[in-house]
Design a protein around this ligand. Structure first.
Ligand code: G3P
Ligand code: CA
Length: 332
C-alpha cells in the first residue's frame, strides 16, 4: 500500500531535488520530479502557490509568465495584469487568476533557456502539476523502487495568498492528510521564509518544519527580526521552538571557498536544528576559478563542492542536479 511509508533513515545527508531535476528538465514538472527520483533524490521539492479555486500547484512563484506558454493563449490575453506582491511590483499572468481547469490548458516552459538550452526540448510537453499529483508521484515511485522518496514543499508568498482569501495552509495540510503524510514521521518537510506562516503551521500539524534563511534582509512577511538576528544562538533557539531545522543560503555556511566556514552549522546543531542549505547548481558554483563559470559545471566540481559542505556537517542539501548530489555524498 503506497500510502503507508516509514520515515527516512537519518544516517546520511539527504539529497533534495530543487524544483525536481531542474538542471535538466523544465522546473516543477512531473518530468523534472520523475527524473530526480531516477537519479536517486531522497526528496522532491515543489514550491507551492494557489489557483483561483484554492488548489495548490507547483510553481516557483504565482507569476507564470516565464515558466509557461500562457502568453501564447489568446483566450487569456485579458488576464495579464500588474500587481504588488511582497512589496514588489510585477506584471504578467498569475496563478490566482486562473482556475485549475484553466491552468491545466497551459504547458510548462524552461525558465532559463540560455543557461539550459537542452531543457527547451521539453517545452510544451508537461502540464503544471498539483501538489496532490506531486505527492502521488513520490508515493507511487517509493512503492515501485522500494525506497522512501519524500516531498519537501515550500509555501510561496503565504502572507500574500492569505490576504487575497486563498490561504495556502489549509490546502497544504488537507493534501498531506489525504495522502496519509501528515505526521512528524512522514517523509515530509514544509519550508518557508515566512516566520508567521511556519508558526501557524506548527499550531496545526506535527509535520517537520524548516525555516528558510537568506544572507541579508528580513523575512518577506515583515517579520520583526532580520535574518542576521535569526542566526545568532538566541535566534536559532527561537527557531527551534517551532521548526525542525533551517534552510540557509549556502554562502551563509561557507562565505568564501578559501576561508573557514562560519559557525552556523555548529550553532544550529547546538540548538537542536538540522541544516539543509540551498542551492547547488551550475550557475552559482562556489569553487575557485578556473573550476567555476557561468552556466558550466566541469566534471566533478559540483560534487567536490557538495562533499565540502557534507564535511562541514550539513544534514542535507538542495540541488538542481540530484545525481551530482548523490555522487558528492558518496565521495564525502
Ligand atoms: O527552498 C530553498 C530554496 O529553494 C529557496 O529558494 O527561490 O529557489 O525557492 P527558491
Ligand atoms: Ca524553494
Amino acid at each position: 500500500e503506497a500510502r503507508v511509508m516509514t520515515s527516512l533513515p537519518e544516517t546520511r545527508p539527504i539529497v533534495i531535488a530543487h524544483r525536481g531535476a531542474s538542471g535538466e528538465r523544465p522546473e516543477h514538472t512531473l518530468l523534472s520530479y520523475d527524473l530526480a527520483i531516477d537519479q536517486g533524490a531522497d526528496f522532491i521539492e515543489p514550491d507551492l502557490v494557489s489557483t483561483k479555486d484554492g488548489v495548490l500547484v507547483a510553481r516557483h512563484e504565482n507569476n507564470i509568465t516565464d515558466t509557461t506558454d500562457v502568453a501564447d493563449h489568446a483566450e487569456f490575453a485579458d488576464r495579464k495584469t500588474t500587481k504588488t506582491i511582497d512589496g514588489r511590483q510585477e506584471t504578467g499572468w498569475f496563478t490566482e487568476d486562473f482556475t485549475l481547469a484553466e491552468l491545466r490548458t497551459l504547458r510548462a516552459r524552461e525558465r532559463l533557456p540560455q543557461l539550459r538550452p537542452g531543457n527547451t526540448a521539453y517545452d510544451g510537453q508537461a502540464a503544471i502539476p498539483t501538489f496532490a499529483e506531486v505527492i502521488a508521484l513520490a508515493q507511487r515511485r517509493s512503492a515501485e523502487l522500494g525506497r522512501v522518496i519524500g516531498v519537501y514543499p515550500e509555501t510561496k508568498h503565504p502572507g500574500y495568498f492569505a490576504s487575497i482569501g486563498l490561504p495556502l495552509e489549509p490546502a497544504l495540510l488537507a493534501a498531506l492528510r489525504e495522502a496519509g503524510w501528515d505526521s512528524a514521521e512522514a517523509p515530509v518537510f514544509i519550508q518557508s521564509f515566512e516566520v508567521a506562516n511556519l508558526k501557524a503551521l506548527r499550531a496545526e500539524t506535527s509535520v517537520r518544519l524548516i525555516q528558510l534563511l537568506a544572507p541579508g534582509g528580513s523575512p518577506p512577511d515583515g517579520g520583526t527580526e532580520s535574518y542576521a538576528a535569526m542566526i545568532t544562538p538566541e535566534g536559532l533557539a527561537e527557531i527551534a521552538t517551532y521548526a525542525f531545522g533551517i534552510g540557509p543560503e549556502k554562502h551563509m555556511i561557507l562565505p568564501d571557498w578559501n576561508r573557514e566556514p562560519t559557525s552556523l552549522v555548529a550553532d544550529a546543531h547546538a540548538a537542536g536544528l538540522r541544516v539543509h542549505p540551498w542551492t547547488f547548481r551550475a550557475e552559482n558554483m562556489f569553487l575557485p576559478q578556473p573550476l567555476r563559470g557561468p552556466g558550466i559545471s566541469p566534471d566533478g566540481a559540483m560534487e567536490r563542492e557538495i562533499a565540502r559542505y557534507i564535511a562541514i556537517g550539513v544534514d542535507g542539501f538542495f540541488t538542481d542536479y540530484p545525481y551530482r548530489g548523490v555522487q558528492g555524498r558518496a565521495s564525502a
